[in-house]
Design a binder for this molecule. Structure first.
Ligand code: GSH
Length: 413
């Protein structure tokens, strides 16, 4: 890949915008570092709170010519009077298949996942990968938590960020890659969408296989091959992991029903609330979000057979709902103004269900990285939080399984 291939048609005045943004960002980040190194008394001495390292991305002007909007934070089209956030449709939709002649057959050490720990959609795929035991042969790497103009970037080899596998692009031939968008252009030199995570990537053909999390979840989790009972990776998995089916036949209708309203009202509902640029759009979406949470709470209160959304059986619904709920109190309540209630004091059944997944199943806890989550939202979305000050609370990010906030504990007595 050469520089010419990286260049995109300039649609707007992006380089100008970026230079302004870069100037503004630098002093604020150095102020942050200063504050922490001086041991500011405003910061609680708690192991849960860490100062982020914050380095400006090594941009050159050509790298800024891209087909995304003038500002990375323009998720709502400025000319759209409705103020509604509309999510783009994912572009790469291939599958890994055991069908004869398939372009992407299941193979050990062939596929790689590019993710962000901050992103709930990417988080889905990390959980499924670990749950299914695919961690033994699908590699992954994590981008820097800060999303700036130019899109997701890789850490440099000298940067040290918290969390496993937060590394420069590890793919052979990608040594010069600084940003995820270079992976997109490698697959499609004319790509004109947003450079989103997750990305399921084929190291052999150097192509993106799929960048739609719901489909990657299916590929990893359980999608059946045509005309056979086997699932994509079955041959490669040990007995224990082969038996895990997060999309079981008997529950498919219930799973699809839950996905329909939960995707729109909860998973995407927090974004539609937080990114809204009119009060009307915000109020409409936040009200619908909390009605949907009430519905999930009622459903979970009725589950007596087991700790999962559908009782005894862990399914895709647990994964897809968890990634939003685990971010709810630490970020969405204040940052996206989703504050009619919080989870820990307003939704006892959802709270218990979430904590059970986190504390009992390593695939959930190991893949939940609160520092990336909090820093990403509060420091990347400068249209919402222009000073990029990250709220300290709530502390802790998640309560132990048997502990409640004082008011709830008192009410339960
Ligand atoms: N439909 C995609 C959505 C993924 C998505 O929106 N990811 C966000 C992070 S949470 C992203 O990478 N955004 C970068 C950008 O929009 O520039 C999926 O579910 O896989």
């Amino acid at each position: 890949m050469n520089i010419a291939q990286l260049s995109r048609p300039t649609l707007t005045h992006q380089s100008v915008v970026f230079r302004t943004v870069a100037k503004l960002a630098a002093p604020s980040s150095s102020r942050i570092r200063l504050l922490h190194s001086a041991g500011s008394p405003q910061l609680p001495a708690t192991p849960q709170f860490r100062a982020p390292s914050y380095t400006a991305a090594p941009f050159t002007t050509y790298a800024l010519k891209m087909a995304t909007p003038a500002k990375i934070t323009d998720w709502v089209d400025r000319s759209d009077k409705s103020g509604e956030f509309k999510r783009q449709v994912s572009s790469f939709r291939d599958h890994i298949s055991r069908d004869a002649g398939a372009k992407y057959p299941p193979e050990k050490d062939r596929y790689h996942l590019f993710v962000s720990y901050a992103c709930p959609w990417a988080h889905r795929t990390l959980i499924a990968r670990q749950l299914k035991g695919l961690d033994k042969f699908i590699t992954f790497s994590v981008v820097h938590w800060h999303l700036a103009d130019g899109g997701w970037r890789f850490v440099t080899k000298d940067e040290k960020e918290p969390g496993e596998n937060v590394i420069p692009d590890p793919i052979e031939g990608h040594e010069a890659f600084t940003h995820l968008r270079q992976v997109y252009f490698e697959s499609d030199k004319d790509f004109s969408g947003r450079f989103t995570v997750p990305v399921l990537y084929d190291k052999k053909t150097k192509q993106i296989v799929n960048n739609e999390s719901s489909e990657i979840l299916r590929i990893f989790g359980s999608e059946k091959e045509k005309n056979t009972d086997a699932k994509q990776f079955d041959d490669l998995l040990d007995q224990e992991h082969r038996g895990i089916d997060i999309y079981p036949e008997a529950l498919r209708n219930d799973i699809e029903d839950a996905h329909k309203w939960q995707y729109d009202l909860i998973n995407n509902g927090v974004y539609k609330s937080g990114f809204a640029t009119t009060a009307e759009a915000y109020e409409r979406n936040v009200t619908a979000l909390f009605e949907a949470l009430d519905r999930a709470e009622k459903h979970l209160q009725g589950q007596k057979e087991g700790p999962y959304y559908f009782g005894k059986t862990l399914t895709e619904v647990d994964i897809r709902l968890y990634v939003t709920i685990i971010r709810f109190d630490p970020v969405y309540v204040q940052h996206f103004k989703c504050n009619i209630r919080d989870i820990r004091s307003g939704y006892p059944a959802i709270h218990r269900w979430m904590r059970n997944l986190y504390w009992k199943l390593p695939a959930f806890k190991d893949t939940t990285q609160f520092e990336h989550i909090k820093w990403h939202y509060t420091r990347s979305h400068t249209q919402i939080n222009p000073l990029s000050i990250t709220p300290v609370g709530p502390l802790p990010n998640i309560l132990p399984l048997e502990e409640e906030v004082p008011a709830v504990a008192a009410a339960l007595k």
